[in-house]
Design a protein around this ligand. Structure first.
Ligand SMILES: C[S@@+](CC[C@H](N)C(=O)[O-])C[C@H]1O[C@@H](n2cnc3c(N)ncnc32)[C@H](O)[C@@H]1O
Length: 286
């Protein structure tokens, strides 16, 4: 970018008096990304005045985001989560495919305020997959397409820092359970849920192979494990799914394997870069 372009864009952003408003969070995220991309230019000794302007703009945008985060947390504590869910879905800017993160993840980071769990307290065993959060737009897509509602119980198998169960509870009023191998992750998730006043979310520090699945109606797996661990958990889910109707939602590489389970079916095309929603038929009729 030339010096002129840089000045022009800084001028335009500085003049934009609506940039602080609540509904401009995507534009702020875009502007903050742009400021991040300028770091190498701004750390140059001669950048002086431009660096100061960029710094002031960043502080202004971050203040607006912090204010919005506080307002959304208060709205969630007051039980207005489902209305926020509808708004986030309507404001969704287009295709959701892909594993990248976007402005919605940044917005929700300011809402859920998940802290760093520090070094892993319990080493993962072979076939267990390390923590990586589901991009928020996919989590919301899963909640909508599984039609999760207040009578449901969502179980996230390998729940990491817990944002999927928390979003399920906030957005739909469903009960939600997170089962996670790492006790340190579970501690972070419990603290965050408590701070948001989410009483219907529970986090269990447990191996998913030992989890009691009997209360769940919708199960979510963002490829938390592979191989024999996945096989054991799918067998346990099949035992549930042949007794009663359940849904199994998946994201990432495990989708391909879950799609081969003959006790599950789906009406939609199955793709690895979007959540798949499978149904189990329930008790056999013969
Ligand atoms: C890819 S992350 C998914 C996190 C979360 N479900 C989400 O979508 O944001 C996988 C998580 O599964 C956990 N995990 C791996 N093996 C597990 C097991 N056997 N039982 C419970 N959790 C496990 C990991 O510690 C990690 O946090």
């Amino acid at each position: 970018m030339t010096a002129n372009c840089l000045h022009d864009r800084l001028d335009a952003l500085a003049r934009d008096g609506t940039l602080e408003s609540a509904d401009r969070w995507r534009s702020r995220a875009e502007a903050l990304d742009w400021l991040d991309s300028l770091s190498p230019v701004l750390s140059w000794d001669g950048a002086g005045g431009v660096a100061d302007r960029a710094q002031a703009l960043r502080a202004r945008l971050e203040r607006a985001d912090a204010t919005l985060g506080r307002r959304l947390r208060a709205a969630i504590r007051a039980g207005h989560g489902p209305a926020l869910f509808r708004r986030w879905q309507q404001e969704s800017p287009g295709p959701i495919e892909g594993e990248h993160y976007d402005a919605l993840d940044e917005l929700l980071a300011g809402v859920l305020r998940l802290t760093d769990p520090g070094a892993a307290s319990r080493p993962l065993e072979p076939e267990m997959v390390f923590y990586q959060p589901t991009p928020a737009r996919h989590a919301l897509d899963m909640l909508a397409r599984s039609r999760l509602g207040p009578r449901d119980v969502l179980v996230d198998l390998g729940s990491g820092l817990g944002h999927v169960p928390m979003l399920a509870s906030i957005c739909t009023g469903a009960r939600a359970v997170g089962v996670e191998w790492q006790p340190s992750h579970v501690q972070v998730a419990r603290r965050a849920a408590r701070a948001l006043g989410l009483h219907d979310v529970e986090f269990r520090a447990q191996d998913a192979r030992d989890a009691d699945l009997s209360g769940g109606t919708v199960f979510f797996l963002y490829t938390p494990f592979v191989g024999s661990v996945l096989r054991t958990v799918l067998d346990a889910l099949r035992d549930e799914g042949t007794q009663r109707p359940i849904k199994v939602c998946t994201f990432g590489p495990c989708t391909r394997l879950v799609a081969d389970e003959t006790w599950l079916c789906t009406d939609e095309p199955v793709r690895a870069d979007r959540v798949a929603v499978f149904q189990a038929a329930g008790p056999r009729k013969d």
